[in-house]
Design a protein around this ligand. Structure first.
Ligand SMILES: Cc1ncc(C[n+]2csc(CCOP(=O)(O)OP(=O)(O)O)c2C)c(N)n1
Ligand code: SF4
Length: 341
């Protein structure tokens, strides 16, 4: 370090003095910790960083990060964040919201921000429930979820955030687990490095209204056998003994789990993760225990031009060919008239 350079920022430097008002034991604390670490890893400039959220427990996030922040309206964070990024593309913009905020009332906005490919990091805290409003079922709740709004069990088929994002044309889709403090910052850094809309679905435990919703693949005793951590260019191996893998089922376009060494299956048969393969990402997104492990890490990354860069280029091209323009002349042109007294 040069004697004159300021000391590196630590995770604590990105925390605010605000009292964190989540329930004790909520998974949001762990995500906050991972985000603060990520910001320190990136040495993010607080004055050039903005967190935009909608409404919900997750959406309290901007209060706890010492950057600029907007706690906006329910479901509209992607729209506000798009405005922020278009107004000042130099800003680093993060969006935070729950599954209700982003997939229910905000499903429309999420879809469009993804297909437009605005350069934002979108963190979707999925706890499969509406936490803030005391536990109603959400668009990601599993069939049969008993909640105050579905006392006899929900009937709706849940939406998969990753599958929806792929369908909307997203170019970066990743998944993480709140408690995975080593892996989650790495995934968040990858999302940050991606120029365009990056969706990170984070499985988050709501200890009060949906405790243990992800226990069947996050509990320590089962995690290694029920999760697969994807790594670009690496064969898809998982399991406590690293003896299980994913391959294409011979004769069909479907995945299957094989045990290495059984039935002639070897590592050479396994799929090698290709983040740019949309069809493969679709199959990975659809995997669920008990038949399959849950795919974590970067499922899909296939960069393309980001929206704000295209908007700026279009504006510059128009200026170059037609001149700077005259707003007054524009407003007074065509069928306009002055109302006199
Ligand atoms: C227009 C509008 N409709 C409904 C609500 C009530 N409301 C507040 S937060 C929320 C859902 C919260 O769930 P989620 O987004 O999953 O976040 P969590 O609280 O679980 O983190 C709802 C329905 C509202 N605030 N505004
Ligand atoms: S209600 Fe659930 S999601 Fe909200 S703060 Fe409490 S534990 Fe967290």
């Amino acid at each position: 370090m040069n004697e004159m350079s300021p000391p590196a920022l630590t995770p604590k430097d990105y925390a605010t003095d605000q009292e964190v008002r989540w329930c004790p034991g909520c998974g949001d604390y762990a995500i906050l910790k991972a985000v603060l670490k990520t910001l320190a890893d990136l040495q993010a400039e607080p004055e050039n960083t903005v967190f935009v959220s909608g409404i919900g427990c997750a959406a309290r996030f901007p209060y706890y990060v010492a950057t600029y922040g907007f706690h906006t309206i329910h479901g509209r964070a992607p729209a506000v964040a798009t405005g922020v990024k278009l107004a000042n593309p130099e800003l680093d913009v993060w969006v935070v919201g729950g599954d209700g905020d982003m997939l229910s009332i905000g499903g429309n906005h999420l879809m469009h921000v993804l297909r437009r490919n605005v350069d934002l990091q979108i963190l979707l805290f999925n706890n499969e429930i509406y936490g803030l409003t005391k536990g109603q079922y959400s668009p990601t709740s599993r069939v049969g979820t008993r909640s105050p709004s579905t006392p006899q069990g929900s009937l709706d088929t849940p939406v998969s955030a990753a599958a929806l994002a792929l369908g909307a044309g997203a170019r970066f889709i990743a998944r993480g687990v709140d408690t995975q403090q080593k892996v989650l910052p790495e995934v968040l850094s990858r999302a940050h490095a991606h120029k365009g809309a990056s969706l990170v679905e984070i499985f988050q435990n709501c200890i009060v209204y949906n405790d243990g919703a992800f226990g069947h693949f996050t509990e320590r005793s089962v995690a290694e056998d029920t999760q697969i951590h994807l790594a670009q260019g690496k064969p898809m191996v998982f399991g406590k003994a690293r003896d299980k893998g994913l391959r294409l089922k011979p004769g069909s376009v479907a995945l299957e789990v094989v045990t290495l060494g059984e039935g002639g299956a070897s590592e050479a048969d396994l799929l090698v993760h290709d983040e740019t393969n949309r069809i493969q990402a679709q199959m990975l997104a659809a995997m669920e225990p008990p038949a399959f492990p849950v795919a974590l890490g970067v499922l899909y990354c296939n960069p393309g031009a980001s929206y704000e860069a295209e908007v700026r280029a279009q504006r510059e091209a128009a200026k170059a060919s037609k001149g700077g323009g005259d707003l007054k002349a524009l407003l007074h042109g065509g069928h306009t008239w002055t109302v006199g007294t």
